[in-house]
Every structure is written in C-alpha cells, then in structure tokens.
Design a protein around this ligand. Structure first.
Ligand code: 5GP
Length: 225
C-alpha cells in the first residue's frame, strides 16, 4: 500500500462532521395508516437522541394515557382559532373533524440551534410545511408492500370494525396517490429494513452542505495561508 496518510490541518478536524455547527432539519414521515409509519417513528426516536418530536396543537379530546404538552398541546377551538389568526402555525388542518396544527415558534428557534424535528403528518400538512420551510424540510413517504398486506395489517390490529377498515382503506389509497410529493419513498415490506433505510436518509440529509453552517469556518481554517 502506498497510500500516505493525509496530513491533518492545524485545526483538529472533528471525527464526526456533526460536531460542527449545523442547522437542524424538519424530517417528515407520512404514510397511509397501517403502512408502519408509527413504528418507524418510534424506532427512530428510540435510537436517535438528537431527534425531537414536534408537538402539535389539537382540539381533539385527550385519549387515555396522553399527556398535555407531550403528545399534543390540547386546546379548545377558540384558542386554536386565535393561534391561526395570530399566524402561530406552520400548517394546520382538520382531520377526522378536529383541528391540528404545528406551532412555529419553538421549532424555528430549535432549527437555528441545530435541533432536528420529526413530524408525523399527512400529505396536506407536508405540502404546507414544505411551502413555508422548503430548505429545512425532508419528506419521506412509507408505502405498504401491497393493498392486501395493508388490509391484513389494518384487520390484524383488531381495533376497528369492517366499516372503519373499509374507510381507512379508501383513505389509504387517496394518501398513496400523493406519493410524488415526497423526496424519498420507502416500501415497508420488512420493518427493520425500512427503518434502516429511513435512518440512512436522515444521516445523509444531516450532512447536506447547506445545513452544515459550521463548515465555512472549518474550511477557511483548512485553506488558510
Ligand atoms: P390522532 O388524533 O390519531 O393523534 O391523529 C390523527 C391524524 O392527525 C393523524 O393522521 C396525524 O398524522 C394528523 N396530525 C397530527 N398532528 C398534525 C398536525 O400538526 N398537522 C396535520 N396536518 N396533521 C396532524
């Protein structure tokens, strides 16, 4: 082997580029219900301490076990309307008769500090977020391997009536039709493989040059004199 070691620049280069200052990103996971998005999102959060959850505001009633401020900010319709009027949301939507919205303030400050946020939102929310924060947004869509498998997964949950499942299947097909509004599409035929792929997308997006704001000083040091 003739490869000579590359001389180190005077400034000690970080082993991991992530130690340079970096602008955070907004990582959106969408999928039709039953395609495995929630499982993937949970795994990501469990394996990646640098990933934060964006806590949405909603007018829907709290479910057992949910915590205000952690799962959602639970607000009444009047407060929600006020937040809309005061332009406090990146995006908002009505889903199953309730209002949901992504508050701006905390996320804007976090992105500046280099925090990454995970969003579990539908394609409409994705579009609105993308329009308002294009450069910070990474859009990932998860597809089921087949409609039969999607149906099996929805039935397998054992939580819904045949009617509800039929409605979810129809909604799923409508969601799937928006597949081309995403940067990445991953087919979830094996949850671990799908998870690995999603992690790789996140890792690569973190290294995007435009996000690595600390590179300017680092490279200036490398090219000095
Ligand atoms: P759930 O009430 O079951 O927690 O959520 C119902 C739906 O609302 C899910 O499909 C979820 O993706 C969507 N949702 C949750 N938060 C937001 C949000 O802030 N904006 C939008 N557009 N959808 C949301």
């Amino acid at each position: 082997m003739t490869d000579a070691p590359v001389p180190l620049p005077q400034a000690t280069p970080p082993q991991d580029q992530d130690t340079l200052h970096r602008r955070g990103l907004m990582f959106i996971l969408s999928s039709p219900s039953g395609a495995g998005k929630t499982t993937i999102a949970r795994k990501l959060l469990a394996h990646d301490a640098a990933l934060h959850v964006s806590v949405s505001a909603t007018t829907r009633p709290t479910r057992p076990g949910e915590v205000d401020g952690k799962d959602y900010h639970f607000v009444d319709q009047a407060r929600f309307n006020e937040m809309v009027e005061q332009n406090e949301f990146f995006e908002w939507a009505t889903v199953f008769g309730h209002s949901y919205g992504t508050p701006k303030g905390q996320i804007r400050a976090g992105l500046k500090q280099g925090l990454d946020y995970l969003f579990d939102i539908d394609w409409q929310g994705t579009q609105q977020l993308y329009q308002k924060a294009q450069a910070d947004v990474v859009r990932v869509f998860i597809l089921p391997p087949s409609l039969d498998e999607l149906s099996r997964r929805l039935v397998g949950r054992g939580t819904d009536s045949a009617e509800v499942i039929a409605a979810r299947m129809a909604r799923a097909q409508a969601e799937i039709s928006h597949w081309d509004g995403y940067d990445y599409v991953v087919i979830n035929d094996d949850v671990d493989v799908c998870f690995q792929k999603v992690r790789e997308i996140l890792a690569a997006e973190r290294m995007r040059r435009t996000r690595q704001t600390g590179l300017i000083d680092f490279v200036r040091e490398l090219t000095r004199g």
